[in-house]
Design a protein around this ligand. Structure first.
Ligand code: BDR
Ligand code: CA
Length: 310
């Protein structure tokens, strides 16, 4: 499976990247960074740090958009810490960012690879993907699938009562992506709030005892404190790696094809994902919306694959 991960790391983004790097089925063509949890200068650096922690300095990392399409950037240091990747000791990565813009890399890759052989996994705001669609609309017909973490239906929002962070930050970009016509898989909060980093699961990652797992545990211990306090749970939701898990083991998830539209104009519900779960409109079913997951199966997969990392 050829995959591009578009990301704003983020400790849960790190778990997604590690899951991909530890999975022999996935050929990670590149990582494209976007502004989101923290500004772009940190997200592109964090992406390189995560690759290096995983023993993979050969991965191509590109920098993309430093702000949403038409709004000021909103960040989430209150969740992820000042660096976006608080927890482990961070270091200056030994390998360079690629020359060229992330959006050009996405477009060129999709235009040069065989049609419908490359999947995009956006796990941050959708700015880079929307810019790529604007630059070369023909990519929409060539994308195998877009498997994104974003939105919520029954679970509603996390950054506002009605919006999930990735969609809230750049709702105009999200609207373009959901309208683009490419096959879409949406991993909303409804799923990610079922994969909790409980103490016993984090202990199992600690038991792997390789450098990537040790760094991941330090990230998760920092990252879960915010959500534990907010939700009163043992651990916090591990959002982003569910996208990669779906590529690897779709049978772990359940959902249905729905129409999904994005609220862009309301101040109150900016970035809400309006999911027609019950099929009450005749609008085009543009996304497979996941709603349930085998959480133990998900963590078994994550632990098995992080153990593969050198
Ligand atoms: C999403 O927002 C970010 O803070 C996380 O990395 C995840 O992609 C969850 O709402
Ligand atoms: Ca993210």
């Amino acid at each position: 499976m050829k995959v591009i991960i578009d990301t704003d790391p983020g400790q849960d983004d790190a778990a997604a990247i590690m899951l991909a790097l530890g999975s022999p089925e996935i050929d990670l063509l590149g990582i494209t960074a976007v502004a989101g949890n923290v500004p772009l200068a940190l997200t592109e650096r964090n992406a390189r740090i995560i690759c290096e922690m995983s023993g993979r300095t050969d991965i191509k990392v590109f920098a993309g958009a430093d702000r949403p399409l038409s709004r000021p950037l909103v960040t989430a240091e209150h969740v992820h810490g000042k660096t976006g990747l608080d927890g482990p000791n961070l270091f200056e990565p030994s390998f360079q960012l690629q020359d060229g813009h992330a959006v050009d890399f996405i477009v060129d890759t999709l235009m040069n690879e065989a049609p419908e052989t490359v999947s995009l996994c956006p796990i941050g705001p959708l700015t880079n993907i929307a810019l790529a669609l604007q630059k070369e609309p023909a990519i929409a017909g060539r994308i195998q699938q877009i498997v994104l973490m974003g939105g919520g239906y029954f679970a509603q929002g996390n950054i506002t009562p009605s919006a999930e962070f990735n969609i809230f930050v750049d709702p105009e970009a999200a609207a373009e992506v959901f309208a683009c016509g490419a096959p879409l898989v949406m991993m909303p909060l409804d799923v990610t709030h079922k994969v909790m980093t409980t103490k016993s699961r984090v202990d199992r990652i600690r038991d792997i005892d390789n450098p990537a797992a040790r760094a991941l545990v330090e990230m998760l211990v920092f990252y879960e404190r915010f959500d534990e306090e907010k939700y009163g749970t043992d651990g916090g939701p591990l959002h982003d790696p569910t996208t990669i898990a779906w590529l690897l083991r779709p049978e772990l998830f359940q959902g249905r094809m729905c129409n999904v539209e994005i609220e862009t104009t309301s101040k109150l519900t900016r970035g809400a994902t309006v999911v027609d779960w019950w099929g009450v409109t005749k609008r085009r079913k543009n996304a497979l919306v996941l709603g349930d997951v085998d959480a133990d199966g998900f963590f078994d997969l994550l632990i098995e694959r992080v153990a593969n990392l050198g």
